[in-house]
Design a protein around this ligand. Structure first.
Ligand code: NAD
Ligand code: GLY
Length: 364
């Protein structure tokens, strides 16, 4: 893989920001330095990522003339809550961070979502940089400014739209990612193909083996293409009044799985994969997808090593958990479904009976 850096942009007027994608970027002070205005920055990370990458990032900051301070959170989706969020505020206040101090989230989507939410809240908003280190966070969660913590009754229920000033995606960090986490990230990659980029889906069908083998060129391409798709959608609909909802294919069912099973039991990407198959099943029941298309989607997720059957929580439990979904309007559930492969829509056309039947059909 070449040393070149790919640069994409999230076009949001005077809040536009770049996404740098490449290998061995973490230690490069000239990339992150220009985005930090004060002499001190707080790095938020966790107990798994800190021993792997904190020193390298801190060295880059020091080289850029910035004093790094850090807070190391417990690792896991079950810690994406108020208590852990408060550890970030304790660190910010303890180090006398100001409104102009930059917060840097170094880690996967959990650290990114919590770091971003803390940045949105601290002194009503401080500068924020995303340094994503999982495939899922490099292709999805670090881009677009959704930040949140979970509530026991629902995933990502408390949060804010708050854009970073830079996304620095160092592909080399994926070398240490466990296989299960790599596969979970592929669920969000496949999502872009299904909702709006059929050519990418065809590429994924042909190159899945290279991605699973962590071929850097294949990973680089998939990350760039995913980020390009996401950046386009976010630029068109930052606050999710329309098109952005399509990025939630499989998520209404998936979030119910994560909450219903207890946070951390199913990885987010795994729950999205099983949820996407329920959405595909429902799209078939509505006469939009044929069975061959559902089979094609299932085949890709199976090859990616992702679950295509959801856990048996019971239909009533699914419906109760889904009733908290952020796309509910006036009490009516709206779901992201597939009109065809490569074309998603938000629809409230499915009846409760049809939704229940699709869940039943896709539960183990
Ligand atoms: P994660 O943050 O829990 O990271 C997965 C695991 O990998 C963790 O144990 C983490 O410590 C570890 N890890 C991180 N980087 C590593 C590395 N380079 N090497 C070894 N281990 C590493 O999970 P995730 O899949 O990155 O993110 C999932 C979260 O993202 C969920 O909470 C989900 O709701 C959220 N999300 C948010 C958005 C958004 O738009 N904000 C989009 C999708 C998902
Ligand atoms: N991951 C969904 C979104 O950013 O809108």
């Amino acid at each position: 893989m070449s040393d070149s850096i790919e640069q994409l942009s999230v076009a949001l007027g005077d809040r536009s920001y770049p996404i740098y994608i490449g290998s061995e970027l973490l230690g490069r002070s000239e990339l992150i330095g220009p985005f930090i205005k004060q002499k001190k920055a707080l790095v938020v990370t966790n107990t798994t990522v800190a021993p792997l990458y904190l020193a390298s990032l801190e060295a880059a900051l020091i080289q850029a003339g910035i004093e790094p301070i850090s807070v190391v959170l417990p690792d896991g989706e079950q810690f994406k809550n108020w208590e852990t969020l408060n550890l970030i505020f304790d660190a910010l206040l303890g180090a006398r961070c100001e409104r102009g101090t930059t917060l840097i989230a170094l880690g996967g989507g959990v650290v990114g979502d919590m770091g971003g939410f803390a940045a949105a809240c601290y002194q009503r908003g401080m500068p924020f940089i995303q340094v994503p280190t999982t495939l899922l966070s490099q292709v999805d969660s670090s881009v677009g400014g959704k930040t949140a913590i979970n509530h026991p009754m629902g995933k990502n229920m408390i949060g804010a739209f708050y854009q970073p000033q830079l996304v620095l995606a160092d592909i080399s960090t994926l070398n240490t990612l466990p296989d299960r986490e790599l596969k979970a990230g592929l669920a969000e990659v496949i999502k872009y193909g299904l909702i709006r980029d059929v050519n990418f889906l065809v590429w994924l069908e042909g190159n899945l083996g290279s991605l699973l083998a962590r071929d850097p060129d294949a990973l680089g391409f998939a990350i760039r293409r995913s980020c390009a798709n996401k950046a386009e959608v976010v630029a068109a609909d930052e606050k999710e009044t329309g098109e952005r909802a399509l990025l939630n294919l499989g998520h209404t069912f998936g979030h119910a799985i994560e909450t219903g099973m207890g946070y951390g039991e199913w990885l987010h990407g795994e729950a999205v994969a099983a949820g996407t198959l329920i959405a595909a099943e429902l799209s078939c029941k509505l006469g939009w997808l044929n069975e061959a298309s559902v089979g094609r989607i299932e085949d890709l997720f199976v090859r990616a090593g992702l679950p295509v059957k959801a856990p048996k929580l019971g239909v009533a439990k699914y419906l109760e958990l889904m009733s908290h979904d952020k796309k509910v309007q006036e009490g009516r559930l709206r779901l992201v479904l597939l009109e065809s492969i490569g074309k998603a829509v938000v629809s409230d056309l499915a009846s409760t009976e049809q939704i229940a039947a699709a869940i039943e059909a896709r539960c183990t």
